[in-house]
Design a protein around this ligand. Structure first.
Ligand code: PLP
Length: 407
């Protein structure tokens, strides 16, 4: 059984800020000692650029960097580490796909399907591409239960749909979409559709197996999975990556440059121009080790228990508070968004902040979803492996204070 009190001891921030109630891991996760130690190790013992040097510091840094690629490939069950590209974050991963893939295959009149619950990172790049190309964005809406309207996929997908890009776990509603089944159903309507999964809120919290999901591309961020900031990942099927042109041009992604032409390296290197975030990529593997040590299944169950407990208490104790999205914690990741009848989410977050409780207020980079729900903003509390039942209790106590202060 996962023991969050023991886990907390591995995260120095809890010793540095006693009483911290961190409920914003959806925005970014905290970092364990092992990740911070690995960052220091690079800077203190083999700080050199990768690929370029034939001295041993550079060779060691290159080895450590490439080892993370292998660890990530194994973590998401990619066929090969050549299918793993390092970017700066999920946003850049999705932009890479929009530029390198979308620009190639989208023509005037084509469609891209996405969902109303996307983070802007998986919405705006496709919307902007279609504006440029003269295509149409088809947006899968919610059904009456507040789940993705997957019963009516024919309404949204047709032979004109070249790409489907959808989120695995919504960063607002918290529920996981049944990606495997959706992809199967979508391929029945249009077998040649390319599928892209935004797994920024999935990879840190549940076992993700890209081969089992049956998607073509998947994107996520290191900083949401206990790893350093500044690193994102694109996984893609090798044959598709090989057919795509580079996204950025520059150092280390070329094999030959002549005055009139250039030959690029193979994937993944042709997508990694310039000096990458070396220390951060190297330390990302420690985050994977930590997640594996605790166990993804345990993390998933733990978050589900905390969400179920929070939903129950919120429902019992606050008549003026509404949790958005499906109330059933079975299908939820550790994300809970809600709003009060009369109190502004920013006021709520501000009062909680004075009690050392960190939650997020706003539209959480999901404005189309908030518009659909007729809400300007919500409060979001999100739970991860280091959160305890007492953190939920602190949130509830804080919300009672909010009601006393704002009434
Ligand atoms: N997609 C989802 C579902 C997210 O929750 C986020 C960040 O919150 C992103 C994409 C963007 O991630 P990043 O800020 O690391 O680019």
């Amino acid at each position: 059984m996962l023991n969050p009190d023991a886990i907390k001891k591995d995260f120095p921030i809890f010793q540095n800020i006693p009483g911290l109630v961190y409920l914003d891991s959806t925005a970014t996760s905290l970092k364990p000692k092992s990740v911070i130690k690995k960052l220091r190790e690079y800077y203190e013992t083999y700080s050199a650029n990768i690929y370029r040097g034939i001295y041993h510091l550079s060779e060691r840094a290159t080895e450590e960097y490439e080892k993370t690629r292998e660890i990530i490939a194994e973590f998401i069950h990619a066929k090969s580490s050549d299918e793993i590209i390092f970017t700066r974050n999920t946003s850049e991963s999705l932009n890479l796909l929009s530029y390198s893939l979308g620009e190639q295959i989208i023509k005037k009149g084509d469609e891209i399907a996405t969902t109303i619950m996307e983070h802007h990172s998986n919405f705006v790049p496709w919307q902007q591409l279609l504006i440029k190309k003269g295509g149409k964005l088809s947006v899968i809406k919610l059904d009456t239960e507040g789940e993705l309207d997957v019963e009516n996929l024919e309404k949204y997908i047709s032979k004109k749909t070249k790409i489907l890009c959808l989120t695995y776990v919504s960063n607002v509603l918290g529920m996981a979409n049944d990606i495997k089944q959706i992809i199967k159903n979508v391929k029945k309507i249009n077998p040649s559709i390319i599928t892209i999964v935004d797994a920024a809120q999935a990879v840190p919290h549940r076992k993700v197996d890209v081969q089992d999901l049956g998607c073509d591309f998947l994107a996520f961020s290191s900083h949401k999975m206990l790893g350093p900031t500044g690193v994102g990942v694109v996984w893609g099927r090798k044959e598709l990556l090989d057919a795509m042109p580079p996204f950025l041009y520059g150092g280390e992604m070329i094999s030959e440059v002549h005055v009139r032409n250039t030959k690029f390296k193979d994937a993944p290197h042709k997508f990694e121009a310039g000096t990458p975030p070396i220390a951060e990529v190297i330390a990302l593997k420690e985050a994977v080790f930590y997640l594996k040590k605790v166990g993804l299944k345990e993390i998933e169950n733990h978050e589900r228990k905390l969400v179920a407990y929070a939903i129950k208490r919120l429902g019992q104790e606050f008549k003026n508070l509404h949790v958005i999205g499906p109330k059933n914690a079975e299908n939820k990741g550790g994300i809970l968004s809600f709003h009060f009848d009369r109190y502004h989410p920013h006021d709520v977050a501000q009062i909680l902040s004075e009690k050392n409780i960190c939650v997020r207020a706003g539209n959480h980079c999901a404005m189309p979803l908030h518009e659909e729900l007729n809400l300007l903003a919500t409060v979001r509390a999100s739970f991860y492996l280091y959160n305890t039942v007492s953190d939920v209790d602190a949130l509830i106590a804080g919300l009672h204070d909010v009601c006393r202060i704002l009434k």
